[in-house]
Structures are given as C-alpha cells and as structure tokens.
Ligand binder design. Structure first.
Ligand SMILES: [Zn+2]
Length: 500
C-alpha cells in the first residue's frame, strides 16, 4: 500500500477497504443462517507449530484498544483491553489469550459475557451467539501486580515476560509471547491491527507507547496520555513506557518525525549519538530498499535502565548503558540501532505469518546490520561474515532444526522459540545464498517487492519463495527450500570451497 498523508481515520478505513475487510452493518450484508452457520466455539489458537495456543480462531481483529492505569507506587495496574473484531464463523464462544491477572469483567458489545479460564486462554461466551461476518467489540478488565526484576528472573521465560518495573521505570519485553501476560489480547502477529494505547500514570513520571501521542490529560496526581498506532501493531511489538524520562523531538529524513524517550538526567549525553545514527541508519536502508520506503512517519527510541534491545514498533527499546558515548564506543551500539530499525521493515511492517517465519525478521536484520557494520565501522565484510556463518551452520541446524522449521524442543525455555542461531545467522545465510544465486540486482528487486507488497501486512516463507520466483521469472522453490528446510547446509553458490 502506498504511503498517504490523510487523517488516521481515513487511512484506517482505506486500509480496511483495500483488504476487503469492511464489513457492512446492514442486515442484507449478513448471510442468512444455514446449517453450516451453526454457532460453534472459535479455535483456541491459530495452529502455529511453535506456539499453538497463541492467537485465536473464529474472528479477525480490526482494532486493539489498551487502557492502562498504574498505581502510585507502580506496583499494580488495571488494564482494559478492547478488541474490535469480525466473526469469520458463527461463534457460540471465542477465546482471547491471557496469562495470570485477575479478570474483573468481560463484555461483548456492552453486555456482560460469561467467561472462564483454561491454561493461557480466556474463554468468552457472549450473551447471544455471533453471526458469521458480525462485527463485535469485546472488552476485558483485569488487574495485576507489575512484575519486579526478581520475579522477571524467576519466570525464566527469556524475553517474553510482558510488563515489568525496574526502579521507577515500566517497560515491556513481549517477544514472542509475553503480551498476554499484560491483558487479554489475540497474541499472535498474524492478528495484528491498528491500536490505541492509553496510559494513566503518576504525574511526576512521563509515559510513552507505540504510535503518535494524540492527547494528554492531567487529572489531579495522574496524567493520561493516548497514543495512536495507525499502522497495524502486533501484540509482541507493544511497548508501554513509564518513567523519569524526557521525550526529545527531532526531524528525520523526508519529514519522518523522530522522538527519543531518554532519562531526563542523561538526555544530553545520549542524544548526540542518536542524532548521529538514527537518520543515517534510515537513509542507509532506504538506499537499498527504495527512496521513501521507510514504513513509518513517526519513529523513536525508548531508552530503559534494564537492558534488552527490542524492535517494539515505532519505539525501539534500547538500554541506557548502550546509548551513552562509552556504550556506543564499546558495544558497537550503532549496529544494534541499525538492526532494530531494519525490523521496522522486516518483522514489524511485514509480520511473520507463523513464528517459524521469524528468519524473515531476524535474517534480514542481520543481513543489513552486517552490511552497515562493514561500511560504517570497517567491520568484517558480508562475504567473510557469511563464510563464518556457513562454517557454523551444520552444527547449528542439527541443534535447532531447519531455518524455516525450527524445533520447539531445542529452545530453553521453549517460550523463546524460535529466537536462536537459525533465525538470525541461518536466515541471513539463506538470504546471502539467494543473492549469490540471482545476483545483487535481482536480489534487491526481490527485497523491494517484499516490503512493498506486504507492507503493513502478514507474510510467510511460502510467500517469500513465491515472490522471489515471480520477480526473477525463475523457479527458485527447490533452491530456497534446500536452504530453508534442510538439516544440512547446501553448497554456497559462487563459493564451492566453503565447508561446514
Ligand atoms: Zn532482531
């Protein structure tokens, strides 16, 4: 979809129309009941082979609303998630994903709904069954403690911890499956949708979330800020920030708005590194992926004290320590910044259809990060870097399984699957092999077509293979499948001497 400058409301409506999703609310648009339309429960998950319970069957999500209110000491919060959806089958019952929390109330279209808990599922039975094609709004109010760092460590679930506090800071680390620890959502990237996030926090602290700040309201000792994400937002990419930070605004390339949420007492020390790196990293990617191709009109960084870099959409999470002048010099933070910005194309704008497709996120991010490091920092060339990856490949594939079909059992904890070597280095290696096979010009055409055709969408490995074929006019299926689904790495085109 092309970029547009119309108002958010129109952009959302337009996107929905282009996707054929605009459900008419008049009676004649709803098919008359047939036997096949007998209401039955929606599936508990989308059938993802790595995370079968994530996401929910029986409906498409049209919009997410998330209202959070934090206690004065930040130790508790109340959240209301409002999911606007459209039934894809007649539904007697449907699920949302939810771990922990105390559920206070569930309504469907404003009427109280019956609910029950089963594992990580919240089962919602509306007062009346939903017709196929019917649009509905489910609202779930929950309360929960905010995890502290000790509880986060005890969870032992890698990055997928959801919301937590660190001193007087709040942040999330959701990927791949932590968002439904925060509130009731459809927690799978295939069900991404535009989102409105509203944060009510003590007025002495600032708050930030994905998207544009559209309203601020002071109410006694609390301030509420509302953020709108016009782009569809996958729940794994949610960021909720509260803390003693200042938001610094800058102009980026061709009118992209930049905003950096930086610790107030260190903003001056951190900002110069970001000023130097972020616009340059966006331009670097646009030179390769197309002028004006960056998928966002607002991009920024949330610097947090706890560490952990994450491509939370339009608001990359980075650690304060990495962003100081020393951090930049010692940790190669510019490479991390470049990696996370490339995710705005790969993983955020184009979301994985299933978690096994994560190589399309991480492989691309590693590929462009390697090009950046070679050009900007004089680091190892792409070729040398890929030769090293190739050497390691067979041992890693034995351990984790094929690049596009990693084995869940190989990951500890399993909730972190598929975040391992195969998605990152293995994915980059497969992309490099494709470039070797078709040449730089055709490779770039494939890349540009990928981010253009699936912009603000969801796409997987089969889509990539199909697109590579249609762009080049060659049947690249057997070649790409040998890289993506094999237990052993094939010979590298152009480098028959490489060994693994
Ligand atoms: Zn990444």
């Amino acid at each position: 979809m092309s970029q547009n400058t119309s108002t958010p409301r129109i952009a959302v409506a337009l996107a929905a129309t282009l996707l054929g999703l605009t459900a008419c609310t008049t009676a004649e648009a709803v098919p008359a009941p047939r036997a096949a339309d007998t209401a039955r429960p929606g599936a508990a998950g989308l059938g993802d082979r790595l995370h079968p319970g994530l996401g929910n069957g029986g409906y498409d999500v049209r919009h997410y609303g998330l209202d959070l209110r934090f206690a004065k000491d930040l130790k508790h919060y109340a959240a209301t998630s409002t999911v606007q959806a459209r039934a894809t089958q007649a539904l007697s019952r449907f699920d949302l994903d939810l771990i922990g929390t105390t559920v206070r109330e569930v309504t469907v279209d404003g009427r109280k709904a019956h609910f029950s808990r089963a594992g990580e599922e919240l089962r919602v039975t509306p007062a009346a069954a939903l017709r196929r094609g019917q649009r509905f709004t489910v609202r779930v109010r929950v309360q929960a403690p905010v995890l502290d760092p000790q509880q986060v460590a005890k969870l032992g679930t890698g990055a997928a911890v959801g919301l937590f506090r660190y001193g007087s800071w709040i942040q999330t680390l959701n990927q791949p499956s932590g968002a439904h620890r925060i509130a009731a959502l459809a927690d799978h990237p295939a069900q991404k949708a535009p989102a409105t996030i509203s944060i009510t926090a003590p007025a002495r602290l600032n708050s930030v979330a994905n998207g544009d700040l559209t309203a601020t309201r002071r109410d006694g000792e609390y301030t509420t800020r509302r953020f709108e994400s016009r782009q569809k937002l996958a729940t794994e990419l949610l960021q909720i920030g509260v803390g003693p930070f200042t938001v610094v605004h800058r102009n980026g390339p061709h009118g992209i708005k930049l905003r950096y949420a930086l610790p107030t007492d260190q903003a001056r020390a951190i900002e110069p590194q970001l000023d130097k790196t972020v616009p340059k990293a966006i331009r670097f990617l646009e030179e390769r992926l197309g002028a004006g191709s960056f998928p966002l009109r607002t991009y920024g960084v949330y610097a947090t004290p706890s560490g952990g870099s994450l491509e939370t959409q339009s608001l990359t999470t980075l650690s304060i320590d990495e962003l100081t002048p020393e951090g930049f010099a010692n940790n190669g933070t510019d490479v991390v910044v470049e990696h996370e910005i490339s995710h705005e194309y790969f993983g955020n704008s184009v979301s994985p259809r299933r978690w096994s497709d994560t190589w399309l996120n991480e492989g691309h991010a590693v590929y462009y990060q390697t090009l950046w490091a070679a050009q900007e920092d004089g680091a190892t060339s792409l070729e040398d870097s890929m030769r090293q990856n190739y050497r390691a490949a067979n041992a890693q594939l034995r351990k984790e399984g094929p690049v596009a079909a990693p084995r869940r059992s190989a990951f500890k904890p399993q909730a972190t699957a598929p975040y391992g070597w195969t998605a990152y280095e293995g994915g980059a290696l497969a992309l490099y092999a494709l470039r070797q096979k078709v040449g730089e010009t055709d490779f770039q055409r494939i890349e540009r077509a990928w981010i253009r055709e699936h912009r603000d969408g969801v796409a997987g490995t089969a889509d990539f293979i199909r697109l590579a074929g249609s762009v080049t006019g060659r049947d690249l299926g057997p070649f790409l499948r040998s890289w993506l689904y094999a237990d052993k790495v094939p010979a590298m085109p152009g480098h028959p001497d490489w060994r693994s």
